[in-house]
Design a protein around this ligand. Structure first.
Ligand code: MOS
Length: 755
């Protein structure tokens, strides 16, 4: 059960404000009735189907690729591979507007660098024919010994220094109380409900790609570079997404495969991955090994903090997991060093996954802090409060824009009942079960990306907004409508939100929890400017009740223009004014200034914070561990839609249960094949694993985030869940697990044998 606040302190100066009011998704009806078109739902006349052929070795060379049998099969039109795909290009390194997932383009060479790498694609009239043809492509390989070892013990070279201050070695050596431990997170696979898919449609030398993309604007730029086309010849459409978790941030090679096949055949091509391909072709959260050293005084004051992490990456991609993201600013500590490094395996390219860097990084740091509290025989809550940072010590001691981590802990402790905790292992019981309680802190970066949105008042009485961002499923459509309703009074059902098309004005990617904070100001300013245009039309149109009135005497309330001295209900609806003026509509463009150009955001440290309180129930007789209750308090600036925001946090908490207890992609170390690469075998938290959840938002507007002060909530709810769970597991069982996920095999080591 999750608590969704109905309303969070709506704007006091505007009692009708929809900002901060729980608002159901405006796209709910089209989704629940099946009308919403996801990318793989697009169908076109003469459309054909493409099915990839994937490598069955982890490392080697293709010595022979024989497509002749496949090409003779019924309905088969084409088999593409290294020998015939023609030129595909890499994207320009360092071009932030064209970020790609993999360095190498599809079929670029005949070298195999991971199991599941695309080696060919079969195209046929039907999906069944293409599937059969793909299976009939004969590929011979010269195998080479692959490096697949899970343990990342072969890092060579100098680790990259991410952050440092003071003299950490000296401070750690002389600290009276220490924790020195290594924490491991495994490879995890993004499992959005919607499979990755591409539908490519050419018209002459222009292509429209219906894509599963978290960033249509970036996707267009990558495809233009990959295909060697001018940017204006590429259009990318993603009307709806069945989530992505980061796996759909940037294009993967299958998109270019579909595009080339469609061009060669002069027919629309649909390519949808299978679930099993998604375990090897479209990224994963890479395994991390993180060495944490904490030194403290006997009173619990942190003296030294060292965080050295390694993550796995592919042969060609320098993917850094960034586990040190939150470490440098979370605590006050004079001596700190954070370093990172990568090691290569014969695996596909990793990709950002919900809360990349900070989530696995905070798992290690917060698990370390919980161990330190145990070493000190101190309440882990007191340890956090004692070491809370007043300013960002990692960055010239700049102030935090808005940090209420202490309040998150205090509110959460109260709601959870933390003061009733007894410290002894296995000392808390309820209903014949052992209880374990744990907590941890959470943090996530905030940033405002540039955004342009066009707002149009239409003569048919509707209000329309257009923006080249997309809704990953979190409620972005609804946020647009809320801001427009707040600015204009036009009811939600007369507002059309048009997103998910790269031909719209450039909008931000659905990543980093940044969309909400990035789009709000553009929508608001577009609406304000469009209202000005309406006022100009009203005063300049012959026959208008406001003809030749001074613009400043005309107000706009509830969709009506009216004189300031006149009640709004006696005014004239904007649609009538536009019709009088013989205009189809008036529109205006609003822009969001990115935070790096905003003087209010420049000299401050911009992050969200949170606290997670977890209860587990342990039944030693049957080795059953269940997360029973989670209290989460989030400080993410002002909350625009508490309903959608609470959904994000509770969904992330459930994902955190999976991270702590279930999720891990396991590879066969001989072949590199994921051996649990299916929804049946890859364990994820389901409804039955979901705890009772209580989500609270502090709702302090962040002055560095513009008019609305919102920082975004997509990722922070996952941070801190896993270390709070492992602390609760230790409290219940006495078993210290430092490698996720916690397994039954770990729990069987518990010496507490009955409840
Ligand atoms: Mo998120 S991992 O930035 O989609």
């Amino acid at each position: 059960m999750s608590t969704t606040p109905e309303s969070i302190s709506p704007d006091a100066s505007n009692p009708a404000s929809i900002i901060g009011t729980a608002t159901p998704r405006i796209d709910g009806p089209v989704k629940t009735t099946g009308v919403a078109e996801y990318s793989a739902d697009f169908h076109f006349d003469r459309m054909v189907h493409a099915v990839p052929v994937t490598a069955t070795i982890a490392r080697g060379r293709i010595t022979k690729l024989d497509a002749s049998a496949a090409e003779q099969m019924p309905g088969v039109l084409l088999v593409l591979h290294h020998g015939n795909i023609g030129p595909l290009y890499r994207t320009v390194p360092g071009d932030d507007n064209a970020t790609n997932s993999e360095v190498r383009s599809a079929f670029e060479d005949e070298t195999v660098r991971h199991w599941g790498q695309y080696v060919a694609v079969a195209v046929a009239e039907s999906l069944e024919q293409a599937t059969a043809a793909a299976a009939a492509v004969k590929v011979e390989y010269e195998k080479e010994p692959a490096h697949l070892g899970a343990r990342l013990d072969d890092f060579k070279g100098e680790p990259k220094v991410v952050s440092n201050r003071g003299d950490v070695a000296k401070a750690f050596d002389s600290a009276p109380v220490k924790v020195d431990a290594t924490f491991v997170t495994p490879n995890e696979t993004h499992n959005p409900i919607e499979l990755h898919a591409s539908v490519a449609v050419w018209e002459g030398d222009r292509i429209t790609m219906y894509e599963t993309s978290q960033g249509v604007v970036n996707h267009r730029a990558v495809m233009a570079q990959t295909l060697g086309l001018p940017l204006e010849n590429v259009r990318v459409v993603t009307r709806f997404l069945g989530s992505g978790f980061g796996g759909k941030l940037f294009p993967w090679p299958h998109a270019a495969m579909a595009a080339v096949a469609a061009r060669k055949l002069d027919r629309p091509v649909k390519l949808s991955l299978t679930r099993s391909m998604m375990f090897s072709c479209v990224g994963y959260r890479p395994r991390t090994e993180q060495h944490i050293q904490l030194g403290a005084s006997k009173e619990g004051k942190l003296l030294a903090l060292r965080h050295a992490y390694i993550n796995v990456t592919s042969q060609l991609d320098d993917f850094e997991e960034g586990c040190g993201e939150a470490t440098p600013y979370l605590y006050s500590v004079a001596n700190l060093e954070v370093t990172g490094g990568i090691v290569r395996r014969h695996m596909g390219a990793p990709m950002y996954m919900r809360g990349p860097g900070a989530v696995p990084g905070l798992y290690a740091l917060e698990a370390g802090m919980n161990e330190l509290a145990d070493e000190l025989k101190m309440d882990p809550l007191q340890l956090r409060l004692l070491n809370d940072a007043e300013k960002d010590e990692s960055n010239k001691n700049i102030p935090f824009s808005s940090r209420h981590l202490r309040e998150c802990y205090e509110v959460g402790a109260k709601k959870f009942g933390w003061e009733k905790r007894t410290a002894g292992i296995g000392s808390m019981r309820r209903d014949g079960k052992i209880l374990g309680w744990g907590l941890a802190g959470a943090s996530w970066v905030a940033l405002r990306l540039p955004c342009t949105a066009t707002v149009e008042f239409c003569a048919n009485g509707r209000l329309c907004v257009r923006c080249g961002t997309q809704d990953i499923g979190t409620g972005t459509y609804t946020i647009f409508a809320q801001v427009l309703h707040e600015k204009t009074g036009v009811p939600l059902d007369r507002i059309d939100v048009i997103l998910g098309d790269s031909s719209l004005p450039d909008g931000p990617m659905s990543g980093g929890s940044m969309v909400t904070g990035s789009v709000l100001n553009a929508i608001a300013s577009g609406a304000e400017k469009a209202i000005k245009r309406l006022q100009q039309v009203a005063t300049s149109t012959a026959g208008s009740p406001y003809h030749e009135a001074k613009e400043e005497t005309i107000s706009f309330t509830g969709g009506r223009l009216h004189r300031k001295d006149q009640p709004a209900t006696d005014g004239t609806h904007f649609g009538d004014i536009l019709q009088l003026a013989k205009l189809n509509g008036v529109s205006a463009e609003g822009k969001t200034q990115p935070s790096w150009e905003d003087p209010k955001a420049k000299g401050v440290s911009l992050h969200s914070y949170g606290a997670q309180f977890v209860e587990v129930e342990w039944e030693p007789e049957i080795a059953r561990m269940r997360v029973s209750r989670v209290v989460t308090v989030i400080d993410a600036g002002r909350i625009i839609n508490p309903k959608a925001a609470a959904n994000q946090i509770s969904g992330a908490v459930v994902m955190g249960v999976g991270m702590a207890l279930l999720e891990e992609t396991i590879y066969d170390e001989r072949s590199g094949q994921p051996i649990n690469g299916s929804m049946a075998d890859y364990l994820m938290a389901t409804c039955a694993d979901s705890p009772a959840m209580d989500v609270t938002f502090l709702n302090y507007p962040d002055p560095a985030m513009g008019e609305y002060g919102a920082r975004g909530v997509g990722e922070i709810g996952l941070a801190g869940v896993a270390p709070a769970i492992t602390a609760a597991v230790y409290h219940a069982t006495g078993v210290r697990v430092r490698e996720l996920p916690v397994r039954i095999e770990d729990l069987l080591k518990s010496k507490i044998l009955e409840a």
